[in-house]
Design a binder for this molecule. Structure first.
Ligand code: GLA
Length: 724
């Protein structure tokens, strides 16, 4: 049984973790424990003492030792005397803030309640629903917990059912975790366009540590994910907790250290631009948070998330490994026609590449990035043929075919804008913010979503398209909708986006969608539900990518990293790396190319063909094996990592910085089976215990950016059989 209700104590068990909460005598829901598997409710953790300036609920009468300002809580709300970060702020019609939520009931259900309009992990799983109520406002708050035992993940979400008069939600969080003791570090992931998800680890000090986005998308700047770990936790040991948001818009995540040094970890919607009225008998759904716990370090925590998302979140229309693609963007930008795309496909085919993607520039009057978004009709004049003809010529070569869309945006220089200027988000009588010379469509309005959906379907219905790249190339500003109440716009925008994607995957169940937002500006679990791969970054430089992949790997599965070999000098950094190194780095992802392969030499094409074969032979190990970070490329002179399954291990390493007389790096290969023997492709036999403690020497040559690929196969049978 993964969920146990024992009187007023509710316990959730995964294979290796336990989560406990308890209703106290006043009907408040207190948090008891989250961590390594345990059985007995640790009520002794609830230390009660009279503490100055921490008030006592009326029901506690003269008991001055009971205060919600210091006790660990499941779902803290404004109005109960807790001055720490709140998970719910309600405002009534009269403008009164706060509520008083007391326990009503708890029940175990076989399947999770569907989060209407929102992505979530699989619903076929045992769940706990705890109902709290404010009896004055007639407001029901249902906390929902689902348990994914085999991957040590528990999800949380909240829904609010209003049986009373209209109230406004000014702030709502989906998950709150209180810790009564411990010294912790927080790890978050910051960045910018072309340099996303760089890990930042720091000590949790007094005050509130916060990351957030109010850009309308989860953002390049902060990813909606946090890790809290013991200060001595490393890759292979120590306690670590994560929260990541299954949502793609504005978010806020915080760690607070309170007056007694207790810690609170919180994840949910951002209150910025959010003031959400809930009418009588309406239900508000707050998005899901995935929580995971590992008692054996950060590698294990990441593996839980990788496996959990792959197994329970991501809907993959193409079973198995997805096609190795070549994308036209860095090959020719806007400068292409049907024939040049066909030639790209032909050259790609000779290297065994499986799909060609025609990126931005095939529609409307789109000759540069300042026009035509919103005009989703094929520019046959530019292509020199119809899309149906081009797609069938490409299919005849034996390749799949994909195209680029940016459905959420509109150019001022477009037919759509000339006809429907009100479709764009803009504040009346104010000058608006342009970004990449484009505006954002008001996806909080159904008629706007429907209009674009129709255009996209017209394209997909008239040509055979296997893949689309769904891009979003600016942050949202000028939040005003001509029909949606203003405090609802940013949230309803994301619901509009999700409804579009939901309809798209239902109507075209075989269509593969790659997410993108100027690279990785909306790389989150919400988008991964619809788009099983996301373009990791607009930065294709192999060396920068080591850091971007490193940071992203803490939370997201490697199989989701849109990752391509591009030309040198690299278009973003000017750096020159070898084709081998570019291949090694791009293989840690979906793998593909983004260069003009028609201009490659015969020798380069030969290497590309070999890379394609190499990737195919390792693809299932890379995508399904356990991932181990073996170095930190942001601080070490080498970027190294391993993919390991029961039978084999694949180690990739890239030397980042050269230094005189450095003859070797000793890379400790974590994750190998204890006491086992492994053999490399040259027949050399290694003892796993030695590789884990002393490492594998990588012999370096003069020069930067040398790459290494080591494939080890476990020797079966008795350990003795493996002896030299
Ligand atoms: C974004 C994407 C790129 C490319 C361009 C096209 O920047 O991240 O890969 O598709 O848009 O305009």
């Amino acid at each position: 049984m993964s969920i146990v209700i024992h009187e007023k104590t509710f316990t959730l068990h995964t294979n290796n973790s336990t989560y406990m909460m308890q209703v106290d005598s006043y009907g408040y829901l207190l948090h008891l424990y989250y961590g390594k598997k345990a059985e007995h409710a640790p009520e002794y953790l609830l230390v009660k003492k009279d503490r100055g300036f921490s008030g006592n609920p009326y029901d506690a009468n003269k008991d001055r030792t009971y205060s919600l300002d210091v006790l660990p809580q499941e779902f803290p709300f404004d109005g109960n005397g807790d001055y720490r970060t709140s998970s719910l702020t309600i405002r009534t019609k009269e403008g009164i803030y706060g509520c008083d939520l007391r326990f009503v009931k708890a029940e175990i259900i076989d399947n999770k309640t569907k989060l209407k309009g929102l992505p979530s992990m699989s619903e076929n799983v045992e769940s706990l629903e705890v109902t709290l109520e404010d009896s004055l406002l007639h407001l029901e708050v249902i906390l929902s917990y689902s348990v994914y035992e085999d991957v040590d993940i528990i999800t949380r979400s909240v829904r609010i059912i209003n049986h009373g008069e209209t109230v406004t939600i000014e702030n709502i969080k989906s998950a709150n975790l209180d810790f009564v003791s411990g010294d912790y570090d927080v790890i978050s992931f910051y960045g910018r366009h072309t340099m996303e998800r760089i890990p930042n680890r720091q000590k949790v000090n007094h005050g509130i540590y916060k990351i957030s986005s109010k850009r309308g998308a989860s953002s390049h700047q902060y990813n909606p994910a946090l890790i809290l770990c013991d200060s001595n936790t490393n890759e292979m040991s120590g306690n670590a907790y994560s929260m990541n948001f299954v949502y793609s818009g504005n978010f806020e995540a915080m760690i607070e250290a309170d007056q007694y040094g207790q810690k609170r970890m919180v994840m949910g919607l951002s209150p910025d631009y959010f003031s959400y009225p809930v009418e009588h008998e309406d239900i508000f759904y707050a998005p899901e948070v995935m929580m995971s716990y590992s008692s054996s370090g950060l590698s294990r925590l990441s593996q839980n998330l990788h496996q959990g998302m792959r197994k329970y979140l991501i809907h993959d229309p193409m079973v198995g490994i997805k096609p190795i693609l070549i994308n036209s963007w860095e090959a020719s930008y806007f400068n292409f026609n049907g024939e040049s795309i066909y030639q790209l496909a032909k050259a790609a085919k000779s290297c065994d590449i499986e799909m060609v993607v025609m990126d931005d520039g095939w529609f409307g009057q789109r000759e540069s990035d300042n026009a035509a978004l919103g005009d989703w009709y094929v520019n046959e004049g530019k292509l020199g043929e119809s899309l149906a003809s081009l797609s069938s010529r490409i299919h005849d070569l034996g390749l799949k075919f994909g195209i680029w869309f940016e459905p959420e945006c509109i150019s001022e220089d477009s037919d759509l804008y000339r006809k429907h200027p009100d479709y764009a988000l803009k504040v009346p009588h104010r000058k608006y913010i342009r970004a990449r010379e484009q505006l954002v469509l008001d996806f909080s309005r159904k008629e706007v979503v429907d209009a674009i959906f129709k255009q996209v379907c017209d394209i997909l219905d008239h040509a055979s398209i296997d893949y689309i790249k769904w891009d979003f190339n600016r942050s949202i500003s000028d939040i005003y909708s001509s029909t949606t109440p203003q405090g609802k716009v940013t949230y309803d925008y994301v619901l509009g986006l999700y409804s579009f994607l939901e309809r798209l995957i239902k109507r075209y169940p075989k269509l593969l969608i790659e997410g993108c937002s100027g690279g990785g500006g909306r790389f989150d679990a919400g988008m991964l539900y619809y788009t099983p791969q996301i373009w990791l970054s607009d930065n294709t430089d192999a060396i920068d990518r080591l850091s971007i992949q490193y940071g992203s790997s803490f939370i997201y599965p490697i199989s989701t990293f849109g990752s391509h070999v591009s030309a040198v000098p690299n278009h973003q950094t000017g750096r020159i790396t070898s084709l081998d190194t570019r291949g090694v780095v791009a293989m840690s992802g979906t793998f593909g190319y983004e260069l003009d392969i028609t201009k490659c030499s015969d020798e380069e094409r030969k290497v590309i063909k070999e890379q394609v074969a190499t990737f195919k032979s390792y693809a299932s190990l890379i995508h399904e094996g356990l991932y181990y970070r073996l170095s930190d490329p942001l601080h070490d002179d080498i970027g190294a990592y391993a993919f390991i399954n029961e039978d084999e291990a694949l180690i990739f390493a890239v030397r980042i910085k050269n230094q005189a007389s450095r003859y070797a790096y000793f890379i400790k290969i974590e994750g190998l089976e204890d006491d086992a023997y492994y053999q490399d492709e040259k027949g050399q036999i290694y003892d796993a215990n030695i590789l884990k403690t002393q490492g594998l020497p990588l012999i370096v040559e003069v020069g930067d950016y040398q790459s290494f690929t080591i494939h080890l196969t476990k020797i079966k049978g008795e350990k003795e059989n493996g002896k030299n």
